[in-house]
Design a protein around this ligand. Structure first.
Ligand code: CA2
Length: 142
């Protein structure tokens, strides 16, 4: 049995409230509940957190170096800008799997680049909120 951290970045607390054509109609609470249930069905624990603040996300990444087997991270728009988050991920031993609800490669060109992907163990994009579940499965089935 292991333990996962599900981290969501800026604006993902707005899920289910606007832009359902891009992000679906589930709320963040729905996503987090489903994730906990899926992890529990494999006897894994999952803790879920969301922040709109880069520094808070960095602190949580540092803290997760103790006691977690993996981090599932949707960094929101910080994906495309944050060298600080990239350095935080590079500074820990726990693998981080990057998840995006939408297919960032089909969208505006400024979303095509991820600052974080080179230091993540993998990237799941374009599967809607199911991407979080695919990420959980990739950790629990290894
Ligand atoms: O596709 C993703 O998961 C993104 O990480 C979502 C970010 C976006 O900046 C990235 O390029 C791709 C935006 C999250 C905002 O979520 C909203 C949800 C509902 C309504 C409005 C925004």
């Amino acid at each position: 049995m292991g333990k996962l951290l599900l981290l969501n970045g800026p604006n993902l607390n707005r899920l289910g409230k606007r832009e359902p054509d891009i992000y679906g109609d589930e709320t963040l609470k729905d996503v987090e509940e489903k994730a906990k249930q899926l992890a529990a069905s494999y006897d894994w624990e999952l803790e879920a957190k969301q922040s709109n603040h880069e520094g808070e996300l960095i602190d949580w990444i540092h803290q997760a170096d103790q006691g977690y087997n993996g981090i599932i991270f949707n960094p929101g728009a910080y994906t495309h800008t944050s060298i600080a988050l990239r350095d935080a991920i590079a500074s820990i031993a726990v693998p981080v799997l990057e998840v995006h609800i939408s297919n960032i490669h089909q969208r505006e060109s400024f979303r095509h680049q991820s600052m974080l992907a080179p230091v993540c163990s993998g990237q799941i994009v374009g599967f809607g909120t199911k991407g979080y579940q695919l990420a959980i499965i990739s950790f629990v089935q290894t």
